[in-house]
Ligand binder design. Sequence first.
Ligand SMILES: [Zn+2]
Length: 355
Amino acid sequence: MPFALASARAWTRAFGIGCAAALAVLPCIAQANAAPQAGRSIDNELRLHAIAYRLGTANAARCTAPAMLTGMILHDVGAYDAGTRAAISQRRGLTYGFGVRKFVPGSPADHAGIRPDDEIVAVNGTDLRDFATDAIAARGSYDRVARFEDFLSAALRDGPATLRIRHGSDQRDVTMTGEAACGGEPVLVNSGELNAWSDGKYVAVTTRMLAMAGDDAELSFVVAHEMAHNALRHAERLGHFSPLLAEFGLGAGKVKQTEIEADKLAVEMMASAHYDLAAPERLLRHVGKFDFLDLATTHPAIGKRIEMANTMRHQIETTLAASTATQPATESDAPAGALALADAMTGGSGNPVSV
Ligand SMILES: [Zn+2]
């Protein structure tokens, strides 16, 4: 494995919500059926990040305190087990900073001229040599990178930041501007379980789930559903409530209501990001081929979810068509469809997130 992040078990622990989570969009049981598998490759990570970036930035207004994204997928020495740290660091040019593995095309990192294997060694003049070194343990983990991403996001809220970049023996400064986004950070978890979940901050998708989605639009529904849980603060709402008990039917109605809300907002978020609104039905039909009895009490039936998604799609497209028909052709240089869609999404009521 080229990049040994923390194990799926560690991630689950970090998220605080595991497979029995109320927020699981899809079941937590490992499937024995033959189905496409995908590894936790950097290309798969980039695919997930690109979708989350597109959804998050298109829906930034749905969060009162959006995160500031750069589009970079980072790593550091602490992400690797102590035994492999030296070799990988040498190969990838890592010292004490944060290396750029890949970045989302068109993101702030792209605009700033960042290249793969650049290493960020200072932010706004602050050297990163001593940054969160307590997060580096014998076992590789993502903790230090996560803390740096929070630190960088906070810095970018105050405006563009100056990043000192080291690449080999060269150093240069770049100016990075953050892009506001809502919904949470994506994490690809190497797992044979068909699942995705969220904890208020992160959106976890398993490699099996990623492989199951037929195209990016289908995968965007999975990601948007989890982002919707985050944007709607469902983890907080269900804070005093046991998802495990819900699996046995105790208080399941409350969980089911959050699932319905997440599905509906997910379709709206996909529309804002200009994804194909026929994709939720395709994805759900895929998922429906598997028998997930253990979710029957907490999630609406697949047929019901398809019906709701298509009702949302119809409402959005009808509103969009009506707005486009009355849009003055010369009002703006922006495409009329985009303007009408933006109007349709906000509905004139501002932030559509409810509690
Ligand atoms: Zn859900």
